[in-house]
Design a protein around this ligand. Structure first.
Ligand code: ARG
Length: 575
């Protein structure tokens, strides 16, 4: 255990137990970073009231029990404990971290099975920017859980079923399969949908055909199913182009769209009805989970079969949650989906609990994704008001990155490679660096900035460290000398790095990748200060100091690269 905050918590708890009795052994010592020392413990203030003693007295008593502490403890003000760790302690912990292939990141035992529902674009429309964020955040969560040893089951819950598919299949027949496939593979799903919709609204004959087609599709008619597959396969090929450009880990094996649940829907409804959980209301089959009321104070229904016998989004989600708990044996299910669906998921989870399909041992969580806004503060759109094609948006990021590094003298191939990493890294990092449930403004200029909490700045920090090792003609893996802390900047960097393991565990437990971004940003900033104040390769630097500083550089590099990899942000060798 290298995280100083955790070590201190344990030490102070032991001191509390010795000073005031075992019943205080689990009290939260309230350890916080401090501007006057490394940390400050505020527990004396809260404990004093209960013990009817002065906070200062309590603080002194704790301090007396910390005599063997590897550092100094001082009581200050009304009763704060200011704690400063000994350099030798930080040095030995940093060495331990360096020698640990996992950089102090633990593994979860027993491993959990974590189902992550993310990306989930709708095939009846173009994959739009909203899906960009759920794809990127979900992918980072998948990477984090796998890193901690959990079994991750990715579920790409595509919108690939429902009434619009009647008209989409008819439109496909009208324009011919080759033309339709070409259009869909090019990412023109929205245009395809709009053309079908226009005909549906204007042409009675087409409308009729579309309606019939929905029925044949739902009955599983082989010819119609083949056409649906032609449509879906072409659409998924386009999604896959986006995934591969983004470098996300989703594959075809993770496809688990709405259509997959179609054969389960009838039984899902029947089971809910026969167990008395679902009831008929105004012709529809509904669930009324407790605690949900509409504006008129009437209980709010989750409709699982409409009055015309059709199934919808809620039916599918009820089948899906049962499948995930029962068949996939999930311990935890993360739904990385837009915040605007919060009510839907609360009702689905409550309904599943009511049905006995979601036991207390399984946690279902909606990881709410905030809306992406344009610079004008409104929902992100093109100037003409259309939704933005994802591929175009990503390509623009790459083009701008390429322009930004134009003057650095790279050959064409290297420049293309760096531009791809920087462009994608910028877009992904920008998505991740804001808490997932807040709205965020999509702004190329800011995300592509080479300073501040941006992807390019983080990538640049790693490239800079790599270039130090190139100059030293050394592999960072060989920088294993003892770490000695002379300068305050070295100490601050090393102390910060020690928090890496706990941070990764917390970020994963709480689904908060933005805190990993903050940690990496802080790492880069502390590294910059260190690098300004502490020459590494200059000829007047003592060999031991040089070796120690190289070891600290290597440790920083590993933390940055591991962190960026867990975010899914690519790391170019040079920039
Ligand atoms: N396709 C849906 C949408 O775009 C998201 C699906 C999320 N997952 C789920 N199980 N409902 O809004």
């Amino acid at each position: 255990m290298t995280d100083p905050q955790i070590v201190l918590t344990e030490r102070v708890q032991q001191a509390l137990a010795r000073a005031f009795g075992a019943e205080h052994a689990d009290a939260d010592p309230l350890i916080r970073p401090s501007q006057f020392a490394d940390f400050q413990a505020n527990v004396a203030m809260s404990l004093a009231k209960r013990l009817r003693r002065s906070p200062r007295e309590v603080a002194e008593a704790i301090k007396a029990e910390l005599s063997d502490f590897p550092g100094t403890v001082e009581v200050s003000g009304p009763g704060f404990l200011n704690i400063k760790l000994a350099d030798s302690w930080i040095e030995s912990q940093a060495a331990g971290m360096r020698d640990d292939s996992r950089l102090g990141v633990g593994t979860i035992t027993p491993a959990q099975t974590v189902v992550i529902d993310y990306s989930a674009p709708n095939a009846a429309k173009e994959m739009h920017v909203g899906h960009l964020r759920t794809t990127i955040v979900g992918d980072s969560l998948a990477r984090l859980h796998e890193h901690l040893g959990n079994k991750v089951i990715r579920q790409n819950h595509l919108g690939d079923w429902g009434t619009p598919f009647g008209m989409l299949v008819e439109h496909l027949l009208d324009i011919g399969e080759p033309a339709a496939v070409a259009q869909l593979e090019a990412g023109m799903g929205t245009e395809f949908y709009q053309a079908a919709r226009a005909k549906f609204d204007a042409d009675e004959g087409f409308k009729q055909r579309a309606r019939v087609r929905v029925t044949t599709l739902q009955s599983g008619d082989p010819d119609t199913m083949r056409l649906w597959h032609v449509f879906m396969d072409a659409t998924v090929r386009y999604f896959n182009k986006v995934y591969s450009l983004l470098g996300v880990t989703l594959t075809d094996a993770d496809l688990a769209g709405e259509s997959m649940y179609n054969p389960m829907l009838q039984k899902t409804c029947d089971d809910l009805e026969s167990s008395g959980v679902a009831v008929h209301s105004e012709g529809a089959l509904c669930l009324f989970p407790p605690g949900f009321t509409g504006s008129d104070d009437k209980p709010l229904p989750l409709i699982i079969r409409k009055s015309d016998g059709g199934y919808g989004y809620a039916s599918t989600d009820m089948a899906a949650i049962r499948y995930r708990v029962h068949d996939l044996k999930a311990d935890r299910i993360l739904y990385v989906v837009g915040a605007d669906q919060a009510l839907h998921f609360r009702m689905v989870f409550a309904s599943a609990q009511m049905a006995g399909w979601l036991p207390d041992t399984v946690s279902a969580e909606h990881v709410q994704i905030g809306m992406m806004l344009g610079k004008d503060g409104r929902r992100f759109k093109t100037r003409s008001g259309e939704s933005v094609k994802l591929m175009d948006l990503l390509q623009e990021g790459v083009d701008r990155a390429s322009a930004a590094i134009a003057e650095r003298g790279y050959d064409e191939a290297t420049r293309t490679e760096i531009a791809l990493a920087v462009g994608m890294g910028a877009v992904k990092y920008a998505d991740l660096s804001v808490s997932h449930d807040s709205e965020y403004v999509f702004d190329y200029d800011r995300m592509l900035g080479f300073t501040g909490n941006t992807g390019p700045y983080m990538q640049y920090a790693t490239a800079r460290i790599r270039s130090i090792f190139r100059k030293a003609d050394m592999d960072p893996a060989d920088a294993t000398a003892p770490i000695t802390l002379g300068d305050p900047a070295e100490r601050a960097l090393a102390l910060h790095l020690l928090g890496f393991g706990t941070l990764i565990e917390e970020v994963t437990a709480r689904s908060e990748p933005h805190r990993l971004c903050n940690f990496l940003f802080e790492t880069s900033s502390l590294f910059s200060t260190f690098y300004e104040q502490c020459p590494v390769l200059r000829s007047d630097v003592e060999p031991e100091t040089r070796a120690s500083r190289l070891a600290l550089c290597a440790l920083t590099l590993r933390a940055l690269e591991t962190g960026l990899d867990l975010l899914g942000v690519p790391v170019p060798e040079r920039m």
